[in-house]
Design a protein around this ligand. Sequence first.
Ligand SMILES: [Ca+2]
Ligand SMILES: [Ca+2]
Length: 179
Amino acid sequence: MGRARSLVLVVVLVTGCDQVFGLEQPPSRCPTSYTALAPTSATSYRSSGGAPVGWLAAQSACLADSTSRGDAAFTHLVVVGSDRERQDLGGQTSTDLWIGLSDQSTEGTFTWVTDEDTRGYPPVSGDPWGAGEPDDGSGGQDCVLIGAPSGGNAGRFVDAACTEVHEYLCECDDHAPAP
Ligand SMILES: [Ca+2]
Ligand SMILES: [Ca+2]
């Protein structure tokens, strides 16, 4: 009985610390392979490493991370919901990375892979898109990557052919995949 009571006390203390410091935590059911970029981040991320893949395979791999997890935690290609998040992620990239944005459904209308309300981010053109992007170039570009720091579109969004192969960034948060 005494041991059970101590356990409850420990749980209360740990929970209380988060409240004291005002930290938002990723959903507790996120896979352990996902880590938060900063203590203030409400979401966590996993970079793919390994072999580059097409956009659909990247999204499938992210979705598969949460199949054995409980409710309220969803894994998907990263939804970059603001310029702040984009800048935070920019320091994490060493190569072009697929993100969860595409205009596969309606040409010219880019949508994210979850139901998160990004308040119109990104706009249809200009920052944070790379110069001249999106241009649907080369006979059709419907999937979006964030440019490597070393390239001409460092940290910027670029539409590319979905069949191009790149590494990718998965995110775990409480936003469900878009229908
Ligand atoms: Ca397109
Ligand atoms: Ca393009």
